[in-house]
Every structure is written in C-alpha cells, then in structure tokens.
Design a protein around this ligand. Structure first.
Ligand SMILES: CC(=O)SCCNC(=O)CCNC(=O)[C@H](O)C(C)(C)COP(=O)(O)OP(=O)(O)OC[C@H]1O[C@@H](n2cnc3c(N)ncnc32)[C@H](O)[C@@H]1OP(=O)(O)O
Length: 431
C-alpha cells in the first residue's frame, strides 16, 4: 500500500472535492438557519451531492486563486482525504496584519478514517505555511474534540442575540448629520470592501477578505429566507461609513413571523453603527431582531435604554488559533502594557522548533521575542499560548485549568496585562 500526501493536480480536483462532506450532500454540522439565523425552517434542506459541472466550476476558480493551497491523501493512487489552507491576513493586537494559514474543507472518507491521514495533511499544511512565511494557522472546528491535539485552541468567540422590538429603544444621542439609504446588491458589493477595510484596520481578529468574497451578495430570495436587503449609512459628506445586510424571512407560523435577521453589520464609527441599529431594531411590521455571529461584547447593549432587551441566545467558539512559529508570531503583535516575560514551551510535537524558553520584551517602540537560557517565569502549553495570542482569553483561567504553570510570583498577572486586548478580538466572517 502506497500513501502519498501532496497537493492534488488539476485533473484530480474533482476526486479531491468528493472526499469533502459538502460535495457528497452530507449534512452541514451546524444547522445554520435554525440555530444561528433564526430562520423559519427547523433544519436547512439537505443538499444533493455536487454535480460534475459544479465541481469543475469550483476547480477552475480554486486553481486560479493563488491564496488557495489544497492538500490531499492518496492511497494506491486513490484520493481518500483532502483539506486546504487559505492564505489570509489577520489583524493582531496593535493593528498590524499577520500572515495566517486558514485551514478549511477537511475530510477523510469514512472507510479510511482514524489511520492518521488528517495528521499527515496537517503536518504537510503546517510545513507549507511556514515556507510561505505564515507564522500562525487558524480554523473553525466542526467538532471541538478534534483540533486540540494539533495545537489549535479557541481564540475568538461569537454570539447570536435576540431583541424584542417593543422592549428596545436607543438612549438619546447627538443628532446624526449623516443619512441612511437602502441600496441594491450591485451597490453593496462596492460599499462592503471600503467599510470592511476601515473596520479590519482597527479590529483584532478580523480577516482579509478572500478573492470574490463580496461577489456572492445578491438581491435574490433564497428559499423562505426572503431576499437579502442592504442598508448603508453615509456621513455628512455622503461617504458610506456603515453597512448592514438583513433579511425578513417568510414564516407560516405566527410566533416566527415578523423576525428581522441582521446577517452582517459593520460601521467605521459609533454614529454610523448607532444609526444602522436604530432603524433595524425599530423596523415596521417586525417584532423580533435576530443577530447571529456577533461579538460577545456588542457595544449596542450600552446604547439601549434597557440593556437587558438584548438576550444572548447562543455562544460558541469561532476561530481556533495555532502558532506555527512562536517567536515570529509574538514579535508581530504589540502588548497592552510594556514588560518582559520569559516562558517555556515543551509540548509542541508537530512544530518542535517552538519548544524551548523564550523571552518576549515589549516597550512602547519595539517588541522582540528571542530564545534564552534564563530560567522561565512560567511554562505554558502551545495551545494555551495560541488562545492568548489575539488577546481575548483569560490567562488566569488558563492557569486555573492547568495550562500555565507559574515559576515566578506575579508572572501570570504580567502575562494577563501584556497579552490582553480590549475590545475582544472578533472576526465578522469565517472560511
Ligand atoms: C477545519 C475543518 O475543515 S472542520 C471539518 C472537519 N471535517 C469533518 O468533520 C468531516 C467528517 N470527519 C472526517 O472526515 C474525519 O473524521 C476527520 C477529517 C475529522 C479526521 O480524519 P482522520 O484521518 O480520521 O484523522 P486522524 O486519523 O489523522 O486522527 C488524528 C487524531 O485525531 C483523532 N480524531 C480524528 N477525528 C476525530 C473526531 N471526529 N473526534 C475525536 N477525535 C478525532 C484521532 O482519534 C487521532 O487521535 P490520536 O492522535 O490520539 O491517535
């Protein structure tokens, strides 16, 4: 038996896609419409297996895309598993962009599972990412028990919240000198990249949009979800500084009728943000507003006369991070308070160059992370350091759970103060 792990050739792309759940018509693990978006269907319709034409179209698009790096496992020449890394940039604390390998579309066919094929693909993807100069990898996990063993750990969270229209009103604020406008999908495809670029520059965890990311925006209705509608805010000069995508799904049942689903909302300043929400939470003929995929620390809460009107109805991990090159990744971000910290990593079996003792030094002008022979202030597991990287997780809690062992008094507190970011990291779309 000959096992090969390598990128699929162009003529092998259809076989590669067929190892992935989506191409086989297998159910998505997340009942997106029901659980996240509040749509009227209890479960999204089963998708049929992708047709040969669809796979061919996908192969043409993916092979033309330089940021898409597929990997596959072949056993005796037959493709039995696949995955891919997408080259992204992610905003890290301090506002710089770090190169990142986004691992996605992973599957091993049922007859070949638990033989180490995913492990082989991960190793190959990590090595290729390091060669491309990407010091970290990220993914969203289908099952929470799979990816910790590869060094991944939650780094951002997302929530779904609901609000009852008659319970919610905005606190008074200065009059808005800008304006709101409903636009169509063609205009939205132009407006989104500008607003997103402004938001991404300032939001830790936000990703660079992949090629063709905004092309999917359309005015057409999808099933009972109703068409996507687009609302923009313009500042007093007429420039778009905020945008929202929302739906008013049709429903046969009275308790679900009148729901407005905000699928995305971004603004580059609080005035635009407030104005967009102001209209959406008080939209005629609606009763409930549902917002999926939002940050845990949504500022809207603090703009309401009754903060309790906004109820979190779901929360889950979003991006899982994995540092591939610890010193390089840590030197790319900045730190909340200046300081110096020495820490050891001993548990990285896949990227053993990360094992050792490192000293990170941050002052107002520069950050360094170098190997050192000095005694370590603390020992931290690679997944825990990966969780802390974007600054949204609690070092105290990770220490409490045994992922950090302190050797010098006060070292965990220093880690907390240096690594923390405010607001929490968030990514507005996945991959
Ligand atoms: C980032 C994304 O793309 S999320 C989408 C992931 N894909 C899916 O969930 C589709 C359905 N699942 C599958 O196709 C496969 O089960 C995969 C891809 C998740 C795993 O592939 P496999 O080839 O079986 O994994 P592999 O044999 O390399 O397993 C490596 C380790 O992970 C463990 N593992 C793999 N899958 C799972 C799982 N679903 N739950 C718990 N542990 C798992 C194995 O037990 C093994 O553990 P060990 O290192 O302690 O021995």
């Amino acid at each position: 038996m000959v096992t090969e792990v390598r990128p699929p050739r162009r003529d092998e792309m259809a076989a590669y896609y067929r190892t992935l759940p989506f191409a086989n018509g297998l159910p998505h693990w997340e009942p997106a419409d029901a659980a996240w978006h509040g749509g009227p269907e209890p479960w999204p319709a089963q998708r049929p297996p992708a047709s040969a034409e669809q796979l061919e179209k996908l192969a043409a698009a993916d092979t033309a895309d330089d940021s898409f790096h597929p990997i596959a496992v072949f056993v005796d020449g037959r493709c039995v598993g696949g995955s891919a890394a997408i080259s992204f940039e992610v905003t890290v604390p301090g506002g710089r962009s770090a190169k990142m390998a986004g691992v996605t579309a992973t599957g091993v066919i049922a007859t070949h599972r638990r033989r180490g094929h995913l492990r082989r693909m991960m190793q190959a993807m990590f090595a290729a990412a390091l060669e491309r100069g990407e010091p970290l990898a990220m993914l969203s996990a289908s099952e929470g028990s799979i990816y910790g063993r590869f060094g991944f750990s939650p780094a951002t969270y997302r929530t779904r919240w609901e609000l009852t229209r008659h319970e919610a009103a905005l606190l008074p604020a200065e009059p808005d000198s800008g304006s709101l406008e409903l636009i169509d999908a063609v205009q939205a495809r132009k407006a989104w990249p500008r607003v997103h670029a402004g938001v991404r520059a300032r939001r830790v965890g936000e990703l660079s949009p992949p090629p063709r990311h905004w092309e999917g925006l359309s005015d057409e209705a999808v099933g009972t979800d109703g068409p996507l509608r687009f609302l923009v805010h313009r500042d007093r000069h007429g420039d778009v500084d905020g945008i929202a995508n929302f739906r008013l799904p049709w429903s046969a049942t009275r308790d679900r009728a009148g729901t407005l689903v905000v699928q995305a909302l971004e603004a580059t300043n609080p005035v635009a943000y407030r104005a967009l929400w102001g209209l959406l939470i008080d939209f005629d003929l609606t009763r409930t507003v549902v917002a999926p995929g939002r940050p845990r620390d949504e500022p809207l809460r603090w703009m309401l006369t009754n903060p309790r009107a906004m109820r979190i109805t779901r929360e889950t991990d979003n991006l899982w991070a994995r540092l591939l090159d610890v010193p390089r990744a840590l030197a790319q971000r900045s730190y909340h308070t200046p300081g110096e910290l020495t820490f050891s990593i001993t548990d990285d079996r896949i990227c053993p160059a990360n094992n050792g003792t490192w000293r990170v030094t941050a002052d107002d002008s520069a950050v360094t992370c170098v190997a050192t022979d000095e005694p370590a202030d603390l020992t931290i597991t690679l997944p825990a350091l990966s969780s802390l990287y974007l600054g949204g997780m609690s070092a105290d809690h990770l220490a409490y759970a045994g992922h950090i062992t302190q050797h010098t008094d006060g070292a965990t507190g220093r880690l907390t103060r240096m690594f923390r970011t405010d607001p929490e990291p968030h990514n507005s779309f996945g991959f």
